[in-house]
Design a protein around this ligand. Structure first.
Ligand code: GLU
Length: 470
């Protein structure tokens, strides 16, 4: 039986959680969840100058909003420096690493001479095979004794076999002269200690994989499975920039995209399962596999994101959607409806969720449910409440007063009224929209009447019919 899957997301907290990082996290989450495995989070905070607690908080917040829950506590890489050092010393002890006393000037001189002679400028330390008896009492770094013959083959699940000749890699530094561990060592030790079985990350780390593999080999540790995913490009095929949508995920939250739609979209960004475009989390978890990840860079496309978000909003159960909209309002610092407004918003959900691609679009349609009398019509709507419109409304109102409050009865009453006055229903709809919502574009007047109920509907119609005469 193969070992249970353990994946991890390992962001460096130097900025917000951008869209590429979010996608990497999602792929790792999907893979772990779909394989009954574990999804871990490690904050790679060894760069003390660039790492900030604010960035860590933003990453955690972004993951939380996206619903990418990790198992256990987040691991701080910096806090594990002693363990990283311990492993380097173990390699030193076992002869897989050595002390290098070369000074910066010596290394520089080596490079210049190599360049002048047309040789490789990769540093070759004279201390690699030096007798410890000859060690000076001077500062040193610990270097890996990397193999010089042969090649390192990264058996990558996305890129295929990637071969790197070992004579193209130098003996990397594991411990600096102040004995702090380097990042490359930290990643391997952490992945090993965390039991990571699958390393799924951006292909900007592909070259690191060859070096990292050498540490696994030196330690006699089993290699993880690697999957290096192509970066995300803009719709024009160029590297993703802010203009293309390379924003922090919280900006997508602020724009009102549902997290489920975001997950669906990010999953499709570089991964596919047949022709499936719209899917649920459980489908994505069941289907996600490394084989479905494409080799070429995915292109970010706002239109497609919106389209998928529209599907997700429409497919969300009413009560859950109401909850999401409330959370959106809280997250964006907007007032959250209460009492009768909240009830109306809830009652309107089946109507509102059709064709809304974002929460702000949904809320725009919900304006009628959230507003309070007297309804102030917008300019365009106000035009519908001219003398003719107001007369229509005042004549219509008594008919609605006696109608039973079902959609069928209301439609019948409105149609009878239109026929009796020899007008098209459309002629009444404008003033009714203006009266009920103060807007020219609204959900259907019957839907609004059903949500508002008889008393409120009649009151709004009466207000509008009287408008301008007060
Ligand atoms: N900390 C690295 C980054 O944010 C990821 C390293 C890894 O996944 O191995 O790009």
């Amino acid at each position: 039986m193969s070992a249970p899957v353990v994946t991890r997301f390992a962001p460096s907290p130097t900025g917000f959680l951008h869209i590429g990082g979010a996608r990497t996290a999602l792929f790792n989450w999907l893979y772990a969840r779909g394989h009954g495995g574990t999804f871990l989070l490690r904050i790679e905070d060894t760069d003390r100058e660039r790492s900030t607690p604010e960035a860590t908080a933003a990453i955690l917040k972004g993951l939380e909003w996206l619903g990418l829950d990790h198992d256990g506590e987040a691991v701080s890489q910096f806090a594990r420096a002693d363990r990283h050092r311990e492993v380097a010393l173990q390699m030193l002890e076992a002869g897989h690493a050595y002390k290098c006393f070369a000074t910066q000037e010596e290394i520089q001189a080596f490079r210049e001479a190599a360049k002048a002679e047309g040789r490789s400028t990769l540093y070759r330390s004279p201390w690699r095979d030096a007798d410890p008896e000859t060690y000076p009492d001077a500062p040193y770094v610990v270097r890996l004794k990397a193999p010089r013959e042969g090649a390192t083959v990264i058996a990558d699940k996305v890129q295929g076999d990637v071969t790197i000749r070992n004579d193209q890699l130098d003996d990397m530094v594991l411990l600096r002269s102040d004995s702090t561990p380097v990042y490359m060592l930290a990643v391997v030790v952490d992945d090993y200690d965390m039991g990571v079985t699958h390393v799924i990350r951006g292909d900007d780390h592909l070259n690191n994989a060859a070096r990292q593999m050498m540490i696994y080999t030196a330690m006699g540790w089993d290699l993880p499975t690697y999957a290096h995913i192509p970066l995300i490009h803009g719709p024009d095929g160029k590297k993703l920039s802010k203009r293309h949508g390379a924003l922090g995920v919280e900006e997508y939250q602020q724009m009102g995209y549902p997290a489920s739609g975001m997950r669906n979209y990010l999953a499709r960004l570089g991964w596919s399962h047949g022709d499936d475009e719209v899917f649920t989390d459980s489908q994505a978890q069941a289907w996600f596999d490394l084989d479905g990840i494409g080799k070429s860079p995915a292109r970010f496309d706002f239109k497609k994101l919106e389209n998928l978000c529209g599907h997700h909003i429409a497919a969300t159960e009413d009560a859950a959607l109401l909850h999401e909209v409330q959370e959106f309002l809280v997250a964006t610092g907007q007032p959250v409806p209460e009492g009768v407004h909240l009830e109306r918003l809830g009652a309107a959900m089946p109507v509102l969720k059709e064709r809304a691609k974002t929460y702000p679009e949904l809320l725009e349609k919900a304006y009628f449910a959230l507003s309070t009398r007297p309804i102030e019509p917008e300019e365009k709507a106000a035009k519908q409440l001219d003398a003719e419109g107001r007369t229509l409304l005042s004549e219509l109102t008594p008919h609605l007063q006696s109608a039973s409050w079902t959609r069928d009865a209301l439609e019948a009453a409105a149609n009878d009224f239109a026929a009796a006055h020899d007008i098209k229903f459309g002629k009444m709809a404008g003033p009714m929209r203006a009266a009920l919502a103060g807007r020219a574009a609204t959900p259907s007047v019957f839907d609004m009447m059903m949500v508002l109920g008889q008393e409120e509907t009649l009151a709004r119609l009466t207000d509008a019919a009287k408008g301008g005469q007060d």
